[in-house]
Design a protein around this ligand. Structure first.
Ligand code: UDP
Ligand code: MG
Length: 144
C-alpha cells in the first residue's frame, strides 16, 4: 500500500438500506475517489450495535442509537484513499443533516441527526479498530 494511503470504515446505516439508497450512496463514495476494499451486508444485534458505539454509552441518545442501528440490515465497508478519514468526513457532512454542507451525503439523503444514512470513522486509529469489528483479514482485499 502506498505510504500516503489511508483507510476508513463506513456503515451504510439501516435507513440507507430501507430507503434503497445503497447504490446512490456507493456511487457518491466511488466518484469521490474511494476504493472499496471490503464490503458486506449484515445486521447488528442490540448487543453488537451497543459494542460498536460503546464510546457513546453515557450519552442521552445511546439507547435510540442502538435501537436504530439494530433495526435492519446495514452495509459496512472499508474504504481506501489518500487522506481517507478526513476526506470521508467531508464527503458525508455534519452529523445533523440540517447543518451539513450542500452536496454532502447526509445533506442529500438523511432525514435527521439520528437517522443520518452513514457512519464515518473519526481517526485512522479508530478506523482500524472499527474495520476489524466487521471484517476478517481475508475479507479485506485491496484493488491493485
Ligand atoms: N447521534 C444522535 N444524536 C446526537 C448525536 C449523535 O442520534 O445528538 C447518533 C447519530 O446517528 C450519529 C451517531 O449517534 O451518527 C454517532 O454520533 P457522533 O457524534 O459520533 O456523530 P458522527 O461521527 O456519526 O457524525
Ligand atoms: Mg463519530
Amino acid at each position: 500500500m502506498n505510504l500516503s494511503m489511508e483507510r476508513t470504515l463506513t456503515i451504510l446505516k439501516p435507513d440507507c438500506v430501507r430507503k434503497q439508497l445503497i447504490g446512490a450512496v456507493t456511487d457518491k463514495i466511488e466518484r469521490a475517489g474511494f476504493r472499496i476494499v471490503a464490503m458486506k451486508k449484515t445486521r447488528l444485534t442490540k448487543q453488537t450495535a451497543g459494542a460498536f458505539y460503546a464510546v457513546h454509552s453515557e450519552r442521552p441518545f445511546y439507547g435510540e442509537l442502538v435501537d436504530f442501528m439494530s433495526s435492519g440490515p446495514c452495509v459496512p465497508m472499508i474504504l481506501e484513499k489518500e487522506n481517507a478519514v478526513a476526506d470521508f468526513r467531508t464527503l458525508i457532512g455534519a452529523t445533523d443533516p440540517a447543518q451539513a454542507d450542500a452536496g454532502t451525503i447526509r445533506q442529500l439523503f438523511a432525514d435527521s441527526k439520528g437517522e443520518n444514512i452513514v457512519h464515518g470513522s473519526d481517526s485512522a486509529e479508530n478506523a482500524a479498530i472499527e474495520g476489524a469489528f466487521f471484517f476478517a483479514a481475508e475479507e479485506v482485499v485491496r484493488v491493485d
